[in-house]
Design a protein around this ligand. Sequence first.
Ligand SMILES: Cc1cc2nc3c(=O)[nH]c(=O)nc-3n(C[C@H](O)[C@H](O)[C@H](O)COP(=O)(O)OP(=O)(O)OC[C@H]3O[C@@H](n4cnc5c(N)ncnc54)[C@H](O)[C@@H]3O)c2cc1C
Length: 202
Amino acid sequence: MPTDTPGYTIVRETPVLGLGGSHCEVRYENVRLPAQNLLGPRGQGFVIAQKRLGPGRIFHCMRWLGQAQRAFDLMCRRLHERRAFGEPPAAEQLMRQHVFGSYAEIQSARLLTPHAAEAIDAGSQARVEIGTIKVVGARMLHNVIDRAIQVYGAAGLTPDTPLERMYRHARAGRIYDGPDEVHIDSVGRRIPGVYAAGGTWG
Ligand SMILES: Cc1cc2nc3c(=O)[nH]c(=O)nc-3n(C[C@H](O)[C@H](O)[C@H](O)COP(=O)(O)OP(=O)(O)OC[C@H]3O[C@@H](n4cnc5c(N)ncnc54)[C@H](O)[C@@H]3O)c2cc1C
């Protein structure tokens, strides 16, 4: 739809956790378009959007893995470089649990992401696989960056490192393209449905 079409209004940009950007509130009022502007059959817009959203969620997960690895690298270097009270934080057991938790979650997401992509390549809609990795990937990124900030202390909350900006992006990932709860609900419903039909899953 050309954006100068009568009835289309950009109401405002909506900053997200202080990040400006391209997310706008838009209003459609009696917008009329020629039939050739339809991207598919009338009334099928949501179906078309869903087809795009599935692979799009896998792309999110791929980017999230890169972001998480960056945060993990920063965290592990900081654990050795920082000297607050003599010993580096790496000597503290409670700091080591941040390494373990982050490594375990990154590796889990790293294996689940291609698993979902392979299911799509095999011709499946892969709703269980995509719903699962969307939740696991978004939580993983959020948790890994959160731990990296914790390891950095106050410096992690400042723009001295990229972590605080990464964290703000990561928090939104648990909401956009379907919040965690909606995917959990879908996966938790679909798998027992296979059993109800006499099958198994795994
Ligand atoms: C940065 C960003 C970019 C976005 N980009 C786009 C975009 O490009 N295109 C687009 O269409 N939208 C976009 N969105 C909107 C996003 O998809 C919605 O915000 C999201 O789907 C949640 O909808 P909602 O905000 O209306 O929350 P609500 O639907 O009101 O949900 C509020 C809470 O209720 C929970 N909830 C809802 N349903 C259930 C359920 N069945 N069971 C349990 N809990 C439930 C949710 O999990 C959530 O915690 C974007 C949002 C953000 C933050």
